[in-house]
Write a protein that binds this ligand. Structure first.
Ligand code: ZN
Length: 233
């Protein structure tokens, strides 16, 4: 089995179609777009799924009765769809591309590496906690979104925490487990503000993730809360 097939088969936790529709419509923030594009680059049928999501999104807009929408909303939506042509960051995986991270052993997917303009070892990693490093990539959008990467040693346990809004975690290398399942390269875990979770990095390999969080992370333990101002996430 070649690496692309293995990779695609391993992606069991996929982002929902609502994300793909919003992505195709150009309705996501820069950070969200980057995470979605990075996720799609692990999935071989991504162009087909995107086209389907785009078609469904277009049909939904056609079906909306204009008088039920706020004045100007339809026009704005259509304008956004127009403006979104081409709708995606440089990031869209091309059909026929095998979506493998190029550049030697660098685990960054092409959209992310292109955006960063460098490889994973050229980033400015800083201390996050025992066995953990982080690098902040972007902040903006509605809901105070923060795009950052986590790099954790094998076997590290990430303390229990929650989120004010949505958290998306895309695995780029290695794997982790939590009560909601096991997550491997290409998988995305989507958490909302209501659920607390602790992550166990699996043994055997370091784990690198791309995370998008809204607002500051809320840790449960006072120690983690105490150091939070210093880590800035
Ligand atoms: Zn989390």
């Amino acid at each position: 089995m070649n690496a692309a097939l293995r990779k695609s088969a391993a992606v069991t936790h996929r982002l929902g179609d609502e994300w793909l529709m919003a992505y195709a419509a150009g309705a996501l923030s820069e950070g969200q777009s980057l995470l979605v594009a990075s996720h799609l680059s692990f999935i071989d049928d991504a162009p087909a799924r995107l086209a389907a999501a785009e078609a469904v999104g277009g049909a939904l807009i056609d079906d909306l009765a204009p008088d039920l929408m706020a004045p100007g909303a339809l026009a704005q939506t259509l304008a956004r769809l127009d403006a979104a042509e081409p709708p995606r960051p440089a990031a869209l995986p091309a059909a026929g591309d095998n979506h493998l991270p190029a550049a030697g052993d660098d685990p960054l997917p092409a959209p992310l590496r292109d955006w960063l303009g460098r490889g994973v070892d050229e980033l400015k990693w800083s201390f996050l906690g025992p066995g953990m490093k982080k690098v902040k990539l972007w902040r903006g959008g509605p809901g105070d979104q923060r795009l950052w990467m986590l790099r954790a040693r094998p076997g590290v346990k990430i303390p229990k925490h929650g989120h004010r809004g949505t958290e998306l975690v895309l695995v780029l290398k290695g794997s982790f487990s939590d009560p909601h399942g096991g997550f491997r390269p290409g998988d995305v875990e989507e958490s909302d503000g209501a659920r607390m979770h602790a992550l166990d990095i699996d043994e055997g390999e370091e784990c690198i993730c791309l995370a998008l969080t809204e607002g500051p992370i809320r840790f449960e333990s006072w120690i983690a809360r105490a150091i939070q101002p210093f880590i800035g996430l």
